[in-house]
Structure formats: C-alpha cells, structure tokens
Design a protein around this ligand. Structure first.
Ligand code: NAP
Length: 466
C-alpha cells in the first residue's frame, strides 16, 4: 500500500492548479499530484482564453509555476483523457481524480442562419487569436465592414476590442502571429455589441468597459436613449444595484456624452436587442434584430420579451458570445442543461444511479459550477472540492492506496507510446517563446501547432544533453 495519496488532476487551467496547490499545501496529508493536460502547454484559458492585451491577468501563471515546482507535483502534457488515458486507468492508479476540464464549447442562439459561413462562436475566435492549436486553421472574413457580437459579457468585450484595435496596439501582445497578420488586413468599420437586456443587466465589468475609451483608432458609441431605464431597472439602480453595475452605468453615461471623434472604427453598444435571424447567400450578409422590453418574473428577475419592432442591418461577420458550455467526458455523468458534471460541493454524483456520490471522483472549475466568474473565483471553488475530497477520505476511514495499485502512470504512458510533456519540457518551450518575444518587444511569440511545440521541446532537450 502507498504511504501517500495519489491524486490525478485532469486539466491544467486555473481550477486544476488551484486544486493541486491546495492538495500540496496540506500539512497533515502526504499527497502527490499528477496533472494531465491534452495540450503540450499548461494553464488552460490563461494561455488560450485571456485576451492577449491583458498580460497582467496572465501573470497568474507565475503562481501556477510555483505550484508546479513542488516536488510532489508532476505535469503530463499532450495526454488526452479519453484518447491516451481512460477513467478505468485513473481509478486503477490513483486514490482519487479531480476533473477540471473547463467548458470548451459554446451555447447556440438557436436562430436561422447561425451556421452560415461568417457566423462564428466567440470561443472559436478567442481560441484562434490566442494561438490554440485546435483553432489555428480557422478563417474569419475580415474583409467585412460590419461585425455583430451577440451578448455583452466580458468575452464579448474581448472579441470587440481585439477586432477594434490597430495592428500597432496588438503587435505588442502575444496574439498569435497568423491572427495579427490577418487582422492587419481587416476592413472592419463598425462593430456592434448586442445586449438582449438593458444596461443595468450587462454582464461586462467596469474595467473592461473602460478600456473602450482608450482605443487608438476606434470610437465607442452608446446612444443616450439606450440608457433610458424601465421603471424596474430604475428602482434597482436607486436602491440595490451593486458596485460594478453602478460603475458600468457611470461609464456608459460618460461614453454617451462623449463626442465621436471620427476614428477609423466604431464600436456601438446596443441594449434590449436580440438577433432573430442571420441571412445571406451562402455567407452572412444580413442580421435581423428585435427590440425587447424587460418583464419582471415571479422570482424578481427581469427577462427580455420581444416587441414587434424588427430592424435589419448589413452584416459580414457575426460572433455569438452568449456563454461557454461543457463537454461530456466518457464514463462520467453530464447535465445537458447546465453543461456541467453533476456534483455536490465538487464530489461527482450520478443522477442516473439515484444521485449516488462517487467516493473517488471530483470536479472543480467551470465543469463543476458552469462558465462564470473570474480566474480567482476558481480558487475558492477548488478549495471546496479538495476539502470535500479529504473529508470523504476521513469519513470513509480510507487509507492511502486502499483503492489503487502501485502502478506508475509513466510506464502506462510509455507502453502506449504517448509522447508526454513534463513541466520542465514546458519550461523549455516557454523559454523559447519568451526569447522569441523579447527580440520583438513582445511578451512571447507563441508556437501554435502541437507538432511544432513537440519539435521545439525535442530539439531543446537534445541541446541540453549535448
Ligand atoms: P457571461 O458573462 O455569462 O455573458 C454572457 C452574455 O450573453 C450575457 O450578456 C447574456 O445576457 C448573453 N446571453 C446569454 N444568452 C443569450 C441569448 N440567447 N441571446 C442573447 N444574449 C444572450 O459569459 P462570458 O462573456 O462568456 O464570460 C464567461 C465568464 O468569464 C464570465 O464570468 C466573465 O466575467 C469571465 N471573463 C472575465 C474576463 C475578465 O475578467 N477580463 C474576460 C473574459 C471572461 P443575459 O445577462 O441576459 O443572460
């Protein structure tokens, strides 16, 4: 029997790292953590989701790197759950598993024309400009003059901002080279952000909204009448709006009062408007939208209700940015409605088995609670999961190794000829990217194909040996 607990963490985004950090911090438990990641690179959405012009947010990688330097931590990149390793393997080798795989896909609008060429999900565009290997071959028609972004969360603002920025603003970032080159040719003039509810219900944060006032070559426009509130929203504003909402309203007012200075591009924020159809001959040419009014529900929430007012506008690109969505994992339950793995405080429960709690399987992050919150939200989320797990071990009077074998994952991966990437391998790739970036005054130049990543790692390892 093992003297220590072996825990597998699937996914190396913020939730996975916070879970690993909390496990390794425990003084009264001997714990070893193996983290698996399907890409050769760690950090999940911090690398592949956070906008390239938000480098400060990305500095959280330093905290994750410190966690990874713990002697009881191992990273196995380029190892995919469901392709290279399976639940049965993990159950055999580890005392318990934490799935922190995020929400890699997106929600659909469910309107006509959504599948036309030129209609994309924000998740695709974000992954593309961030150099995610699965998305680097995507094409976006940047010869379009009008782009519509549906939804007004922070992802929608990221998409609109990247579309609105000049190459000079973007070339200081770690945006993927191919995306920078494509965006250099952009003919976009107008970017429209559509919120289905009013300014008070906007999901974006004030800091992100404020950035639109600082764009080099794009004006941000909010018409004054867009900020007129219905009676219920007005009541909320006067009595119990939260700090962020108050700040959003303040900034939106400032924007609406600002003179349009005639910059090359315009970003328009439109409220109380939903798309009803996207149309065109083979590709997106037009978008039809309906004006909404807000209706108060029994639970007090304000929901959009379509009016009879329909407008149409020319559109060359549409990005739906209405929330990420989880992907089912083989041999694990999945809730289609929420796109999450059913759980109780992070412990996986099986509704099909009568809500039985799985003793050795846990979830953290977006696959646990859905795609909400900022990076830091995942810390308390992961801490809850870890303590639920340790509490279950104690309650079940379990001993380390009671439920698993002494088999080491390395021999399994070697038998299966999986070319896994260790954390020190990643550091070689990281150094390669940052050195390439330094030469150009950028944080890094990303390698964007898996084959190239593995090839750089092999070459660097070879050099180290010589
Ligand atoms: P989000 O914050 O949940 O926003 C989704 C937006 O889509 C909302 O405006 C929502 O409107 C709208 N929406 C949903 N269904 C719709 C429909 N059928 N038709 C039209 N609009 C619809 O999601 P997100 O922007 O993807 O962001 C995910 C999480 O990551 C958030 O917590 C966000 O704050 C975080 N994030 C943070 C940053 C940052 O801190 N810089 C950057 C990116 C992402 P309703 O409100 O009416 O539902």
């Amino acid at each position: 029997m093992n003297q220590y607990w072996k825990i597998a963490v699937i996914g190396s985004g913020p939730a996975g790292f916070y879970a690993a950090g909390e496990l390794l911090r425990q003084k009264s438990w001997e714990i070893k953590v193996d983290m698996f990641e399907r890409l050769p690179t760690p950090f999940g959405l911090v690398r592949g989701g956070v906008a390239p012009d938000h480098q400060k947010i990305k500095s959280v990688q330093k905290i994750y790197t410190r966690i990874a330097e713990n002697e009881n931590y191992r990273f196995f990149g380029n190892v995919e759950f469901g392709r290279d390793i399976y639940r049965a393997d993990l159950m055999e080798i580890y005392d318990a598993v934490i799935y922190s795989v995020g929400s890699p896909t997106d929600r659909k609008l469910g309107i006509g024309g959504e599948n036309l060429s030129g209609s994309h999900s924000a998740t695709e565009f974000v992954a593309w400009y961030n150099g995610h290997p699965d998305f680097c071959d995507y094409k976006f028609d940047l010869s379009a003059r009008n782009a519509f972004v549906i939804g007004i969360g922070n992802v929608a603002l990221d998409v609109a901002r990247v579309l609105a920025k000049t190459p000079q603003e973007l070339e200081k970032t770690d945006i993927a080279d191919y995306a920078l080159e494509a965006l250099r040719t952009s003919q976009l003039e107008d970017i429209w952000l559509l919120g289905r509810r009013g300014p008070l219900q906007a999901a974006f944060s004030p800091a992100e909204l404020r950035e639109f006032l600082e764009l080099a070559e794009a004006d941000v426009i909010v018409e004054k009448n867009e900020l007129e509130l219905d009676a219920e929203s007005q009541k909320i504003l006067e009595n119990n709006a939260n700090n962020d909402t108050m700040k959003n309203i303040e900034i939106l007012k400032k924007i609406s009062e600002k003179e349009v200075s005639g910059k090359k591009r315009r970003v328009h924020i439109i409220f109380l408007t939903s798309p009803v159809e996207i149309s065109g001959n083979q590709k997106v040419e037009k978008i039809s939208m309906v004006r909404n009014q807000l209706v108060k529900m029994e639970d007090g929430s304000l929901v959009p209700q379509a009016s009879a007012e329909i407008n149409e506008a020319a559109a060359g690109l549409v990005f739906r940015s209405i929330g990420y969505y989880g992907k089912p994992l083989s041999d694990l339950p999945f809730d289609q409605k929420t796109g999450t793995i059913p759980n109780e405080c992070g412990q996986v429960k099986d509704p099909e088995d009568g809500n039985i709690l799985r003793e050795r399987e846990y979830v953290a992050g977006w696959i646990k609670r859905g795609p909400s919150g900022v990076i830091g939200t995942n810390k308390q989320d992961a801490v809850e999961t870890v303590h639920r797990m340790l509490g279950t071990f104690l309650k079940g009077k379990m001993d380390a190794g009671k439920n698993c074998t002494n088999l080491d994952i390395v021999s399994l991966l070697e038998n299966r000829k999986v070319e896994y990437v260790s954390f020190s391998d990643w550091k070689l790739l990281d150094a390669h990217e940052t050195e390439a970036g330094q030469k150009k005054g950028r944080p890094r130049v990303k390698i964007t194909s898996k084959a190239d990543m593995l090839s750089v790692i092999r070459q660097k390892k070879q050099l180290k040996i010589q």
